[in-house]
Structure formats: structure tokens, C-alpha cells
Design a protein around this ligand. Structure first.
Ligand code: FAD
Ligand code: NAG
Ligand code: NAG
Length: 494
């Protein structure tokens, strides 16, 4: 029941901490001091780092994001090259109260989360991958994308638990949770972190491990609230050859396709299997695709037969290395060159009735938004993980409830016309609500289920995503960032 004292307190806490205006950008007005802050940073940092100004190519690269709507023209950008320089930059923005942003792979679709009108910090120089032979862990620089990590590990016989599509950043994916092709086996990416090299908001460089109770907890879903991560150390796992690829199916076979998804979701218990299916609505058409994966050179007899039996328009399904498998999605990965929002409709099950009703919703919204922008799309992805998904890790702020696997179903929309941003926001929010309502109507108890923070749109409430962990997160934030330095950067804030 809503309205109990603890919920009210949580909501008040959330509302008072909310730094966003209706556009999702932090409410701090950019001070004219940004330019002098840029100069101070350029004077302070070592030769390992570089400050860039518009319209240089480096500046354009530093502010660019996967979604055009997430890029903002900052006053300058800086590529720090060492943790010490990150510390100097944080001290300078803190003392001048200059808005700033921290960008890893730039894949957030929330404007202002890794972009700013002040100082754009681009982490791209933290770009090394080191295998520690002694304990089998892997150090990964916070500026890398997952495909770069897989390329570095290709041929080593080991791998880490990271993103599924080329281009996605190591940093944001890890700091928000991390759903991987290997999550059925090893859990979320946060469940596989051994250490973080973190520059605290006051400029102290520290290594956070399990011994650091609060920060260790906070970083498992807390994004940039506690400082800037420069390096992640992950557990590694043996990597053999793999099997999988992308299967595109005509809408004529939607019923067969949905039946295959529902049966796979209900029956699969094989940890090595993974599946993502996409329903992409554009105008009056809806495209079906299945991303099939098996973490061995061939899947067991029967596992994906219901998908493979459907006549396909195109298929890249084959045996390959893990790297080759991920790179087959390069074409599907963008850059989109569009404006875009992601959102999340978490559910417990993908039934045929849910999927066919969700398709009708996607068609309704795709048709509706395309009337205002012929390039606009509205889509969703089903991500059927197995029931033991969340049993691999310790308690974490996200997901707030690990007692049951929650399927993080993403919704996403793209468009071109910038004057439609608010309309597209409202449309995807309503579309997403309707998907959850379909699940509730068929008896799934997901009215209060936690949306995945890495998919959730910018105005999603902290309480919905992090549940009862919000007060603890706020306390950790207060302890490590008493001056609210990280409040100068956008994102979900505790
Ligand atoms: C095409 C596509 C595919 C995706 N696939 C997956 C998937 O397979 N699994 C999955 O779980 N998610 C997936 N996502 C969602 C993805 O996890 C998020 O978009 C994630 O935030 C991207 O991380 P990034 O580093 O690229 O983002 P950025 O936009 O660079 O950063 C996101 C947030 O992290 C903060 N941040 C970045 N670097 C640091 C740092 N060094 N220290 C502190 N804070 C930092 C930023 O300030 C920002 O708040 C996908 C998204 C897209 C667009
Ligand atoms: C963008 O959308 C606005 C609002 O609907 C409309 O007035 C304008 O004509 C559109 N611009 C283009 C280029 O289609
Ligand atoms: C920075 O913060 C950490 C953690 O709160 C603290 O241990 C350290 O003493 C602080 N350093 C300075 C210089 O204030």
C-alpha cells in the first residue's frame, strides 16, 4: 500500500534530492566561469592529459554520444590521462562550482547524464586492458567500450562479463548493473567486479574492494554519485568458442515467433544459453529479430529449434569466437545518428498474450509518433534470463530484490526532430507504462518492480529503481561527498 510513513519519507527524500528540471538537465545555470575553469584545468594537469575546445575534432569526439539528443556543447572538454589529473580536475570544478560531466562510452540516452554545458570529462585515455596472471583478474580502463575489451582478450582463453553490443561503455554499464550474454552463468557485471580504482569527490585516489563496506555497496548501481572510477578489476572466466547470431523474421510469423519466445522463457534452464528478441516499430511496420547465443561451439539439440524453424529473412547464426559473435551486431549498434530514449518495463514472464498485446502497443505508438516525424520509431526488447539470474551476487542497491529474476525489458524510441523531445519522452513513458499494465492485467506482480537504471528514463524515481536502499545510498553519498561535488554532474542523484 502506498502512503505509509516510510514510503512518504523516501519520496520526500527523493524529491528534495532531485536536481533535474523538466528537460532532465541539472538545474545549475552555467556560470560564465566555465571558461576560466577550463583554463585552470589546462594549467593544472600533466602532459598525460589534454583540454580541447570547439570546434576541434577532439572536442567533437569528447562530447559526442550514441544518441544525438544526449550530446550537449560544453565549454571545453578534457581527456584526463592519469587518476592524479582526474583528482586535480575534480578539485577545480568543486572549488569553482562548475557543472561537469563524466563520459565513458557515451551510451546513455538521458540528456545531461554524461553531458554538460560546463566541463566535459571524456575518459577515453583510460584505455588499457591487463590480465593479472596470478589471480586471473582483468584490469579494464574506464574509457573503454566492451568490444575493445573483448578484442583485447580475444585468443587468451578468458573473458569477462560485460555488454552485449559493440560501442557500449564499460563504465556506465558496470556502474548501473550490467546484463551480459554470460549473466545466466555469472550474474550481473557488478557481481563480477573485484575492485574499483576511484577518485573520490575530494580528490583522494582510492581502491575500493569488498573490505570497504559502504562504497563497495554504493558502487553496485550508484553510477557517478561517489566520484569518478578510473579502472575496474573483474573476475575472469574461461572462454571457449561460441554459437549464435542475429535472426531476422518477417512479421507474418509473429505468432510462431512469440510462441518460441514464450516457450524458451518458460522452459530454458541452461546457463550457457542467452536470448534477446527485439520488436521494432517504424510507421506501420514492425520488425522481429532474435539475438541467439550459446556459450559453447554448438547448442544442445532442440534449444533454439523453435526459432530456427521459422523462415528467416536473414541470419548470421553460426559458430564463431566470442568477439566475432559480438561484432556481428555492429550494424545493429549504430551510431544511430538519431535522437533516442530508452526506458524499462520490467516483467517476470513473456507469455504469448503479453507479447501479442505488447506488439499492438508498439504498433500503436510507432504509428502515432511517425505521424509527427516520419523517421520516428517505437520498439521494445524482451530479455528472457533464467530464474537463477540474481543468485550470483551479494546484495546491491540495484536490483533491490534478488529473490526472483526480473526480466529488464527495454523500450526504446528514435526520432529526428528536436522539437519533439518532450512529446517522445511522454510517448515512451506511456508506452512503457502500458507494457507493465499488460503484465499486471495477466496476473504478474510487477506494479512495483524495479526498472533497470541503465535503461530507465531520466525522471524515473529512485525509489522505484533502488527500493529500500535509497536512504542508505543517500547516507553513503553524504559521507563521501559532503559538499555535493558530484551534484555538479548530472545523472540519478542520491
Ligand atoms: C545500443 C545499446 C546497447 C546496450 N546494451 C546493453 C547491454 O547489453 N547490457 C546492459 O546492461 N546495458 C546495455 N545498454 C545500456 C547501457 O548499459 C547504458 O547506456 C550505460 O550507461 C552505458 O554506459 P556508457 O559508459 O556507454 O555511458 P555514459 O553515457 O558514458 O555514462 C553513463 C553514466 O555513467 C556515468 N559514468 C561514466 N563513466 C564514469 C566513470 N568513469 N566514473 C563514474 N561515473 C561514470 C556517467 O556520468 C553517466 O551518468 C545498452 C545501451 C545501448 C544504447
Ligand atoms: C518538427 O516538429 C514541430 C512540432 O510538431 C513542427 O512544427 C516542425 O514543422 C517539425 N520540423 C520538421 C523539420 O519536420
Ligand atoms: C577525502 O575523503 C576521504 C573519505 O571520506 C577521507 O578519508 C579523506 O581524509 C579525505 N581527504 C581529504 C584531503 O580531505
Amino acid at each position: 500500500m502506498l502512503g505509509g510513513p516510510s514510503i512518504t519519507n523516501l519520496l520526500q527524500l527523493f524529491l528534495s534530492a532531485l536536481p533535474f528540471g523538466p528537460t532532465g538537465l541539472p538545474d545549475y545555470s552555467t556560470e560564465s566561469s566555465s571558461l576560466s575553469t577550463c583554463k585552470a584545468i589546462a594549467d593544472a594537469v600533466s602532459s598525460a592529459s589534454q583540454v580541447n575546445y570547439p570546434p576541434s575534432d577532439n572536442f567533437v569526439a569528447d562530447i559526442s554520444h550514441w544518441a544525438e539528443s544526449s550530446s550537449i556543447k560544453s565549454t571545453c572538454s578534457v581527456q584526463p590521462g592519469t587518476p592524479e589529473d582526474v583528482a586535480k580536475i575534480l578539485k577545480i570544478v568543486a572549488s569553482s562550482r562548475t557543472p561537469f560531466a563524466v563520459k565513458g562510452g557515451g551510451h546513455t540516452t538521458n540528456p545531461g547524464f554524461s553531458s554538460t554545458e560546463g566541463v566535459q570529462i571524456a575518459m577515453s585515455r583510460f584505455n588499457t586492458v591487463t590480465v593479472n596472471a596470478a589471480d586471473g583478474t582483468v584490469d579494464v580502463g574506464a574509457g573503454l567500450t566492451w568490444d575493445q575489451v573483448y578484442a583485447a582478450l580475444d585468443g587468451t582463453g578468458i573473458n569477462v562479463v560485460g555488454g552485449r553490443i559493440p560501442g557500449v561503455g564499460v563504465a556506465g554499464l558496470t556502474l548501473g548493473g550490467g546484463y551480459s550474454w554470460k549473466s545466466n552463468q555469472q550474474g550481473l557485471t557488478i557481481d563480477t567486479v573485484k575492485a574499483y580504482e576511484l577518485v573520490l569527490p575530494n580528490g583522494t585516489i582510492t581502491t575500493v574492494t569488498e573490505a570497504d563496506k559502504d562504497l563497495w555497496f554504493g558502487l553496485k548501481g550508484g553510477f557517478n554519485n561517489f566520484g569518478i572510477v578510473t579502472k575496474f578489476t573483474y573476475k575472469s572466466y574461461p572462454q571457449t568458442g561460441t554459437w549464435g547470431g542475429l535472426l531476422q523474421v518477417s512479421f507474418d510469423y509473429a505468432d510462431d515467433f512469440n510462441a518460441a519466445v514464450a516457450k524458451y522463457t518458460a522452459e530454458t534452464t541452461d546457463e550457457k544459453a542467452a536470448l534477446v528478441v527485439t520488436y521494432e516499430g517504424a510507421g506501420t511496420s514492425l520488425a522481429l529479430a532474435a539475438f541467439l547465443f550459446y556459450d559453447a561451439p554448438s547448442p544442445p539439440q532442440g534449444l533454439f529449434d523453435n526459432f530456427l524453424a521459422i523462415p528467416s529473412i536473414a541470419s548470421t547464426v553460426k559458430r564463431s569466437t566470442f568477439l566475432e559473435f559480438v561484432m556481428t551486431f555492429a550494424a545493429a549498434a549504430g551510431p544511430s545518428g538519431s535522437r533516442a530514449f530508452y526506458n524499462c518495463a520490467p516483467v517476470f514472464e513473456y507469455t504469448p498474450t503479453f507479447l501479442s498485446a505488447a506488439i499492438k502497443e508498439a504498433q500503436f505508438w510507432a504509428e502515432r509518433v511517425s505521424r509527427l516525424d516520419p523517421k520516428a520509431t517505437m520498439s521494445f526488447s524482451a530479455e528472457p534470463f533464467i530464474s537463477t539470474l540474481l543468485t550470483h551476487g551479494a546484495p546491491s542497491p540495484y536490483p533491490p530484490d534478488r529473490s526472483r529474476a526480473l526480466l529488464p525489458t527495454s523500450t526504446y524510441t528514435t526520432w529526428k526532430n528536436a522539437s519533439l523531445d518532450q512529446f517522445m519522452h511522454d510517448s515512451i513513458v506511456q508506452f512503457t507504462r502500458n507494457l507493465v499494465a499488460i503484465a499486471v492485467a495477466e496476473g504478474q506482480d510487477v506494479g512495483g518492480a524495479a526498472p533497470y537504471p541503465n535503461y530507465a528514463i531520466y525522471d524515473t524515481s529512485l525509489v522505484r529503481m533502488y527500493g529500500e536502499n535509497v536512504p542508505r545510498m543517500a547516507a553513503i553519498k553524504k559521507k563521501y561527498d559532503p559538499d555535493n561535488v558530484m551534484g555538479l554532474a548530472g545523472g540519478f542523484k542520491f
